[in-house]
Design a protein around this ligand. Structure first.
Ligand code: C2E
Ligand code: MG
Ligand code: MG
Ligand code: MG
Length: 277
């Protein structure tokens, strides 16, 4: 019996594994056509200044709507896009689309705001990235000060020497840089002093747990102090409740992003949000 139960377990794991492999394969196959078939779009989540309540900018987030798979979350396809290299073409599209959208909002008379774009490791390693960012700004007509790129710690840590050069080149374009998911990656504090970033983004896992766990709260306050003493602004991700917002404001955090203020919005909904405030 025990043996049979063991065998069933193995079969269970094997079939779960096969299902995962099959899902991955279908995502990979479908993702190849997603751009050409206009299945990708961007939504924009506003960032809010914790003192004034003003919208300070927005983060562009990728969405994939597939005719039979439905809405596929980034968590299910960004990794596949990275492993296969498809992220390079997709990322280029995201960058250009976000810049074009930011210009369209400005032309519609909305106050100019900074749009943040997530970069994957693969894109970051691409020697052509600074030239591509430059071209995206030039072709869209977006002033560099209105573009921000979000990098992760792990991405900056691998090949720290080359990363420093790539970051210096990006900064020379006049754009802003932020460190995304701060505190979750593979990092050393030493690298913070050598990278000219503008923002630290406190990962949403810290925001989620800080009111229940004193140690997490201590980390959040320390990151805010660390960021400020290094001259960075600090933004908290994943703020879902008024209590979290109050705590962050009282702790001196500069900005927040999260469902409590707004979910990611379509371009039209974002324009409506700005007009009604
Ligand atoms: P991220 O850059 O850390 O983006 C924040 C994620 O948190 C987004 O998930 C956003 O929808 C979600 N979020 C925002 N507020 C809240 C909240 O209050 N509560 C909770 N639980 N979640 C919140 P999303 O859009 O599913 O994206 C997941 C990740 O996929 C992103 O994490 C980013 O790493 C990656 N990603 C998304 N778009 C792109 C892209 O265009 N390029 C690249 N390379 N990666 C992207
Ligand atoms: Mg991000
Ligand atoms: Mg993040
Ligand atoms: Mg994240």
């Amino acid at each position: 019996r025990a043996k049979e139960a063991g065998r069933n377990q193995v079969q269970f794991y094997e079939s779960a594994m096969h299902a995962r492999i099959a899902e991955r394969a279908s995502i990979e196959a479908e993702l190849r056509h997603a751009l050409a078939r206009n299945q990708l779009s961007l939504v924009y989540q506003p960032k809010m200044d914790l003192r004034s309540g003003a919208v300070t900018g927005m983060e562009a987030l990728l969405r994939w709507q597939h005719p039979t798979l439905g809405a596929v979350a980034p968590a299910r396809f960004i990794g596949v896009a990275e492993e296969t290299g498809m992220i390079v073409a997709i990322g280029r599209w995201v960058l250009r689309m976000a810049c074009t959208q930011a210009v369209a909002w400005q032309q519609a008379g909305l106050p100019p705001l900074r749009v943040a774009v997530n970069l994957s490791a693969r894109q970051f390693r691409d020697q052509a990235l600074p030239a591509e960012v430059h071209a995206a700004l030039h072709d869209s007509g977006l002033d560099a000060q209105y573009l921000e790129l979000e990098l992760t710690e792990s991405l900056m840590m691998e090949n720290a020497g080359e990363a420093a050069q790539a970051i210096a080149k990006l900064k020379q374009l006049g754009i802003a840089l932020s460190i995304d998911d701060f505190g979750t990656g593979y990092s050393s504090l030493a690298y913070l002093k050598q990278f000219p970033v503008d923002y630290l983004k406190i990962d949403q896992s810290f925001t989620r747990d800080m009111l229940a766990e004193p140690k997490v709260a201590a980390i959040v306050r320390s990151v805010i102090a660390l960021g400020h003493s290094l001259g960075f602004k600090v933004i908290a991700e994943g703020v879902e409740t008024a209590a979290q917002l109050d705590y962050l404001r009282a702790s001196g955090c500069d900005e927040m992003q999260g469902f409590h203020f707004s979910r990611p919005l379509t371009p039209d909904a974002f324009a409506d949000l700005l007009r009604t405030r």
